[in-house]
Design a protein around this ligand. Structure first.
Ligand SMILES: Cc1ncc(COP(=O)(O)O)c(C=O)c1O
Length: 374
């Protein structure tokens, strides 16, 4: 099945939009859910408010189905960085991460180590091409290492790491903490390899901001102290007033306060939509879309620095052009939206990207030949 050709209603295609790794325009389902629930929240009726409050549980169920996890293991957060704070602040020992990771990893780990005053020490690695391969991790391990934090798909290089192989290298006693922002919902992955998965709904899921989440397995709960546990993450039933109850026994210990129900509503709608399409179908269609971008680049002899093999990539193609800024301007003039960063042009289509957009890209790159270096 190609989602591009056989697009169900609501799986919008935005002509010229090739920037899903930065932001995903809202899907019709997410937008409709938002409007519907905003209306319900304005009535002031108890039943309506309760109906919208229930969206958090629906979002957890939808995420649970995609992660093959129980909803209770999935706290909701305003962003994936908030979710990552919960994981990193409660760790001890040496924690591995690439120095080239997205700042959600680097800054959060650095700040957690600062707060831990010696009991948590980052070990920054700089693997070749910023690819956190099993070999790169194996070379940095010693008995002090307690965890690896890694992006499943790197935001800059587009490299998709092999979670099962990382799990094997780490062994059963170290934690694998995965930032799945650039793959969740569009890569058919066995998330069981990871102890913690964090993500959000505002790129590939098309659910908008405010839709962060995490999944903490039982193993993660044994090793990560819920030091940032908030008022809804306690063992008390209801509001813990005049008492200081322990953190909850479940992964809800890594939650802080009541989630935004309108964000949960969008996330619940987005997860149902992806489940209805099926992640394998979405992943296959995205694979085809990426192939089309690679073909466009190859036909023009434009250098590509992102991985080509399907198991090593998701939705990001990096064009290593001669003048990224001027090339990006030319693409923008042609009505194409991409990201220009680190001297390269990042092109990220979705499963639903229409043929017209690929044709526009090909045409614009022809006209920008003096900047592409082809
Ligand atoms: C790999 C990765 N992690 C985290 C984030 C930031 O996520 P959030 O805004 O939910 O904290 C991004 C945003 O681009 C990203 O690419």
């Amino acid at each position: 099945m190609s989602v591009s050709d056989d697009r169900p209603s609501g799986f919008d295609a935005v002509p010229g939009y090739l920037d899903w790794a930065a932001f995903g325009p809202l899907s019709t389902a997410a937008r409709d859910a938002l409007v519907r629930d905003a209306d319900l929240l304005s009535t002031g009726r108890g039943a309506d408010i309760a109906a919208v409050a229930a969206r958090a549980e629906q979002a957890q169920q939808g995420l649970g189905a995609l992660l093959d996890a129980v909803p209770d293991e999935i706290p909701l957060h305003p962003s994936s960085t908030h979710a990552l704070q919960q994981a990193l602040a409660g760790l001890g020992g040496t924690v591995l991460a690439s120095a080239a990771e997205f700042p959600s990893v680097t800054i959060t780990l650095d700040r957690a180590a600062e707060a831990a005053a010696g009991s948590l020490v980052p070990r920054w690695i700089s693997p070749r091409g910023a690819r956190v391969t099993p070999d790169a991790v194996a070379g940095a391990l010693d008995e002090t290492v307690t965890a690896l934090v890694v992006s499943h798909v790197d935001f800059r290089t587009g490299y998709r790491t092999d979670l099962a192989a990382l799990r094997e290298v780490l062994g059963p006693d170290r934690l694998l903490i995965v930032d799945a922002v650039q793959s969740f919902g569009v890569v058919d992955e066995d998330w069981a390899a990871a102890d913690v998965v964090v993500g959000h709904g505002y790129k590939w899921m098309r659910a908008g901001r405010g839709t962060g989440f995490a999944r903490f397995t039982a193993r993660a709960r044994e090793r990560i102290r819920p030091v940032l546990s908030g008022r809804i993450g306690t063992s008390a039933a209801g509001l813990p007033t005049d008492a200081l109850p322990d953190p909850a026994a479940s992964s809800q210990a890594y939650a802080v306060s009541a989630p935004d129900p309108l964000a949960a509503s969008r996330l619940a709608a987005a997860t149902s939509e992806i489940r209805a399409l099926g992640v394998p179908a979405v992943a296959a269609a995205l694979g085809e879309a990426v192939d089309r971008v690679l073909d466009i680049a190859d036909r023009r002899s434009i250098a590509v620095s992102s991985p080509r093999a399907r198991p090593e990539r998701a939705g990001i193609v990096v064009l290593a052009v001669a003048d990224a800024v001027r090339c990006g301007e030319a693409l923008a003039d042609a009505g194409l939206r991409v990201t220009v960063r680190s001297g390269a042009v990042r092109v990220s289509p979705h499963a639903s990207t229409p043929s017209e957009t690929f044709a526009r890209l090909a045409d614009a790159l022809d006209r920008a030949a003096e900047f592409t270096g082809s």
